[in-house]
Design a protein. Structure first.
Length: 371
């Protein structure tokens, strides 16, 4: 090996980029005067692309691999500027390494609630947020359209613009879908796919590719959520009267076990009895209304006695026990022509044709015999 070969071997360039950050998208390989010596070694690792810029123009794009930068191996270089001076070549070029790996967990969301027309609740305001993944698909276009001459371009410099694109398309899709707010949780995957398809051309114009869009949550304003929680609670409670009885019993038990003293226990028991009494009066009033307004304190129907419904002015009233039917007869509400019905009867029948009801009417004397 000659002296000249030894000197050239010691000064052979190695152009490479080892990235230890998680946010760098484009890195410019810095060198004095941007000179590239003849025979330089270019190493492009997986998930990288090297872009050469010569005199402000894009010269070439190198995919992953190892390259010897010689004119016989890379003809594009000889067309830009010859290697006339060999070791001291005046060839100048900027080398940009573009990170092509996937950038994940990029957040998006609405800054303010959006107005939508819900088929169940009417006009509502919704907030929504999620995440998306993207990667550089066209390094040359990305540098030309977005990066420019930035020597260290990070994802933070573009995520705000991308977030606005995602939010804009997402809100448009939510408005067009007309999916009820309560059913949106069952459609997160479908909505995410629609958003991804809708924003793909917008990302593509930047040399980017959106690989996935996820919806993490669609929520209502706090006031609406509070009202919805109350509505849900009512549905869970079910029978309100039974729940009131249970609460009264719980209150009495808690008051009786309170170590605060007899006064506290007596107060708790008094409150429980008052609640139970009020509930009992309410239930009694409902029973009286259903039995045709029977007087307070009336005994309940005799077990096993047949009860009849009456058709009065085209409305169904009752049921009435035999004792209550006598009161209806005395009031003139029940006559021989009144239609009645009881369990076991096939259809409504005139009272005069129902023996049990007919027997309640006062007997009329037979006709006076002639002369």
């Amino acid at each position: 090996m000659g002296l000249w070969d030894k000197i050239r071997g010691e000064f052979v360039d190695i152009i490479e980029w080892t990235d230890d950050s998680n946010d760098t998208m484009v890195y410019r390989f810095e060198r004095h005067g941007n000179e590239i010596k003849y025979g330089a070694k270019l190493t492009v690792r997986e998930s990288q692309v090297a872009v050469f810029i010569h005199e402000g123009k894009l010269a070439d794009v190198f995919e992953p691999g190892m390259y010897d930068l010689e004119t016989r191996n890379i003809p594009i270089l000889s067309t830009l500027q010859g290697w006339k001076h060999g070791f001291e070549s005046p060839f100048k070029a900027e080398v940009y390494f573009v990170n092509t790996r996937r950038f994940t967990d990029l957040k998006w969301g609405t800054k303010n609630p959006i107005m939508l027309r819900d088929p169940e609740f009417g006009p509502i305001r919704l907030r929504t947020f999620g995440s998306y993944c993207m990667r550089v698909s066209d390094a040359a276009l990305f540098i030309t359209e977005i990066v420019g001459t930035d020597g260290h371009f990070t994802k933070d410099e573009i995520v705000e613009q991308l977030r606005n694109l995602v939010v804009s398309r997402a809100m448009d899709i939510l408005g067009e879908s007309k999916i009820p707010a309560l059913d949106m949780a069952a459609n997160y995957d479908e909505l995410g796919k629609f958003i991804s398809e809708r924003i793909h051309p917008d990302f593509e114009a930047y040399g980017l590719d959106v690989t996935k869009v996820l919806i993490e949550n669609i929520s209502l304003p706090p006031a609406v959520e509070e009202a919805l929680d109350k509505r849900t609670s009512m549905g869970v409670i079910g029978n309100l009267n039974a729940y009131t009885q249970f609460q009264a019993a719980e209150a009495m038990e808690a008051a009786a076990e309170n170590p605060g003293g007899e006064a506290s226990a007596g107060m708790g028991m008094g409150m429980g009895f008052a609640m139970a009494n009020q509930m009992g009066q309410s239930l009694m009033g409902n029973q009286q209304a259903q039995s045709g307004g029977a007087a307070a304190g009336s005994p309940p129907p005799i077990p096993g006695a047949k009860q009849y419904f009456l058709a009065v002015n085209g409305q169904q009233v009752g049921p009435f026990a035999p004792a209550a039917l006598e009161g209806q007869i005395a009031a003139g509400t029940l006559t021989n022509d009144t239609l009645v019905w009881a369990d076991g009867m096939a259809e409504w029948t005139a009272a005069s044709a129902v023996p049990d009801v007919q027997s309640l009417f006062p007997s009329s004397p037979p006709p006076i015999p002639p002369g």
